[in-house]
Structures are given as structure tokens and as C-alpha cells.
Design a protein around this ligand. Structure first.
Ligand SMILES: Cc1ncc(COP(=O)(O)O)c(C=O)c1O
Length: 417
């Protein structure tokens, strides 16, 4: 057995998170055997869709058969359906460094980006008052995931703002007394670059503006520290590192001190102070539930709640330490196995700038990923030339990582661009 394979075996044996793997449904034979190149899959796409936690199907069955089938309408109170958005928000809170009472779960990330960006512009204007500067700019990360850019553009039109796309590293210089809101990604979805949340948040605040962070690629993979760093608003999905399932509802964080002034652009009856009062006038509820809109998507929300049980006894710090060890090891193996120049790593080397994925550029990335998947190494391809490999420390091991690099080298040797 080669030296990296031996090391992988030792590290898997010593891994404090290794037992968590049994809490997920993974392919038969998966499990750090580091065996041949065929057969069992190595799942490196948890940054797109997290694997299924073993407990979820049973819970969903109970929700459908007993809570819905037998209790029917009584479940809104007796099964805790009505309060699920805040309750599950409080389960997510410690994973992103937030105290309870600041997160509600529901809607998609895209919808929550809309609520947060328009809400941030309104917060900026209400803080300044009529005598303040005319804040008429929304700054958006120029490398953003497309939906954030589309929604920020629409939010800008609706609020009479101009949208300024700016690369994250240039954002401090782009801020001023015209800036109302800034929308940023914590980890870049293509390159896996981790942006400096504390420094950028402080820069936005120094300009008197409000920041919205998109945590889709960081929540559940690394410490976020929303409260510690004074973040104003944040959104994120739950189907990647939080393993909530396809289309699982997203979440919205509104910092406690801002909740009274948070003026949602989607004031539905679920965020009314008295939802069953059925009043014609809107009066917002206090607290985080001001971020709610309509009837919660109970089935997927309760699947997410069951999925969050895998976090029992796990710290995000331990997940982060393993994530960095896995991505370091993957890079080391790629360097050892793949001929120089065949791929270019887009993910920064410094730990402080790296999320939980490795992105490699190669001209024939689409074809390479197809062949990798055929051989059981499941990552994904991002147009036009990026191979993405996501490392979910709760179920990816070191032998998986070594094997992924080895199979990648085999495929690259065959395809030779
Ligand atoms: C960074 C980022 N933001 C937003 C989204 C879109 O989320 P949704 O489909 O939940 O609206 C994604 C989806 O992958 C994403 O990666």
C-alpha cells in the first residue's frame, strides 16, 4: 500500500468524527476501505446536496402517517407544526454562532435574499432618518452565486438604488455614504474561497451601511460567528452541509437589536403579530418570526429537523479542523498523483481563505467529471471548466479523499487535454 494510503488508514482510525458516518445512508462498501477504483462511491458533492441521514425516513413517515394522517389539523399545535420555523431556527443557531431567537426557517434562499436585501436598505434609511445621506447603492459581490445577483438587481430597482457589483477584495474601497446594503457570500460557490466576514462586516458598518451574508457554503462546514462579528442579516440553505434534503427550506437571521426595525418586504399573515386575528392591517410580530411569510412547508421542514440530529455531540470547530485536514490531504494527493499543469487549483491554500471544497480548473472538466462519476467519485462540474469536490467531514474520510485523488489522476491520464 502506498504511503498516502497508509496514512489515510491511520487518520481514519484516529478520527473523532468517523463514527458519524454510520448516521448517513451511503453506498454499500463506502467506509474508508480505500479499495480499488470501481464499485463503491466516494460522495464529494455534499456542498450541493448533503447525504441522507439515516433517521430522516422514519421521522418523515411519522410526520406523514401519524401527524398528518391521524392527527390531521390538530398537529398544527399538538405536533408543534406552527412553531417549527422558529424552533428549527434555534437548532441551526449554534451552528452559525447565533443566540436563540434570531433565525427563522422557511422559503428558499433566493426568497430570503430578497427579504434581507430590501430589509437592509430599509434599515439603513430608517437609521439615518430624513436628514441623513441619501443611501442609494446596493453593493453585491461581483462573483456571487447568480440568484443573489438577480435578486439584488431587482431589489435595487424596487428601492430606487443602483446595484454595484464589486469583487469582495475591493469592497472596502467601494463603500461610502451612498451605500445602503452590501450582499456577500461567505464562501464562493465556484472557487471555495472563504471571505473575511469579520473584516468586511466591520468595513460595511464603518460606512454606516448594513450587511447581508449568504452562508450557503459555510454553514455546517466552518464557524461563522454571526453574533460575535455583529452581522446584521444572513441567509443560507439547509440542503448542503446541513443535510436537510432536496429543496429543504432555507433560513433568515436578523440580529436581535435590529428585529424591531426589520421591515420585511414580504409581510405575510404568518409574520403578523396576531395571525389568527385576520385583520386587514398588517402589524408585524416581534422577534425573528417577523421573517416568516406564509404557511411553512412542514414536510420538508420536519425532515430538516430530523437531519439536524446528526449534530448532537459535534462541534463546528471539530468539523472545521477535519475539513481543513481533508482538503489539505486532497491537495497533497492531487499534487503527488496528477502531472503538473494538468489542473489548476482555484481554491486558496491559506486555511483562513478556504471553505470546505476544492475547485480544480481543467479545460475538459465536463468530460472528466462524467468519467469520475462513472467510477464512483462523485463531485460536480461548474461551467465552463471547473471540477468541484466538496468535503463533508461528518461522512467523508481520509481514505475516500486519497481514492478520489487517485481516480482523478487515472481519468486525467486517459483524457489528456
Ligand atoms: C451561494 C448560494 N446562494 C443561493 C443559492 C440558491 O438557493 P435556493 O435555490 O435555495 O434559492 C445557492 C444554491 O446552490 C447558493 O449556492
Amino acid at each position: 500500500m502506498s504511503e498516502p494510503r497508509l496514512r489515510a488508514k491511520e487518520w481514519d482510525a484516529a478520527d473523532g468524527l468517523a463514527a458519524k458516518r454510520a448516521e448517513f445512508v451511503l453506498d454499500e462498501g463506502d467506509g474508508g476501505s480505500g479499495g480499488g477504483s470501481g464499485g463503491e462511491a466516494v460522495y464529494l458533492d455534499g456542498n450541493s446536496l448533503g447525504a441522507l441521514p439515516v433517521a430522516v425516513p422514519g421521522r418523515v413517515e411519522d410526520v406523514v402517517r401519524r401527524q398528518w394522517g391521524a392527527l390531521r389539523i390538530r398537529s398544527w399545535t399538538e405536533s408543534g407544526w406552527w412553531t417549527a420555523p422558529e424552533r428549527i431556527g434555534d437548532r441551526i443557531a449554534p451552528l452559525v454562532g447565533a443566540a436563540a431567537g434570531q433565525i427563522v426557517v422557511g422559503d428558499s434562499t433566493s426568497v430570503n435574499v430578497f427579504k434581507a436585501v430590501v430589509g437592509a436598505v430599509r434599515l439603513a434609511r430608517s437609521a439615518d432618518g430624513a436628514a441623513g445621506p441619501a443611501r442609494d447603492e446596493i453593493v453585491v459581490d461581483a462573483t456571487t452565486f447568480p440568484t443573489d445577483g438577480y435578486i439584488a438587481e431587482s431589489a435595487a430597482r424596487m428601492t430606487g438604488c443602483t446595484l454595484r457589483p464589486v469583487p469582495p477584495s475591493d469592497i472596502p474601497d467601494a463603500l461610502g455614504d451612498r451605500t445602503a446594503a452590501v450582499l456577500l457570500n461567505h464562501v464562493d460557490y465556484r472557487t471555495g474561497r472563504l471571505h473575511d466576514l469579520p473584516a468586511l462586516t466591520a468595513a460595511v458598518h464603518a460606512a454606516g451601511a448594513y450587511v447581508v451574508w449568504d452562508l450557503c457554503h459555510s454553514a455546517g462546514a466552518l464557524p461563522v460567528g454571526l453574533d460575535e462579528h455583529g452581522v446584521d442579516l444572513a441567509v443560507g440553505c439547509t440542503y448542503k452541509y446541513l443535510n436537510g434534503g432536496p429543496g429543504a427550506p432555507a433560513y433568515l437571521y436578523v440580529r436581535a437589536e435590529l428585529q424591531d426595525r426589520f421591515d420585511s418586504p414580504l409581510p405575510g399573515w404568518n409574520s403578523h403579530a396576531e395571525p389568527f386575528g385576520m385583520r386587514p392591517e398588517y402589524a408585524p410580530a416581534p422577534g425573528a418570526l417577523r421573517g416568516r411569510v406564509g404557511t411553512p412547508d412542514i414536510l420538508s421542514m420536519l425532515a430538516l429537523e430530523a437531519a439536524l440530529d446528526v449534530w448532537d455531540g459535534v462541534t463546528v470547530e471539530a468539523v472545521r479542523a477535519k475539513s481543513l485536514a481533508l482538503t489539505d490531504f486532497f491537495l497533497e494527493c492531487v499534487e503527488a498523483y496528477v502531472p503538473e499543469g494538468r489542473v489548476e487549483c482555484l481554491t486558496p491554500r491559506p486555511h483562513g481563505e478556504r471553505g470546505s471544497q476544492i475547485a480544480l480548473r481543467c479545460p475538459d472538466a465536463g468530460d472528466v467529471m462524467k468519467r469520475l462519476i462513472e467510477r464512483g467519485v462523485v463531485g460536480d462540474f461548474r461551467h465552463p471548466d471547473v471540477l468541484r469536490f466538496g468535503f463533508t467531514p461528518l461522512y467523508v474520510g481520509f481514505a475516500d479523499t486519497e481514492r478520489a485523488a487517485r481516480v482523478l489522476a487515472e481519468v486525467l491520464a486517459e483524457t489528456g487535454a
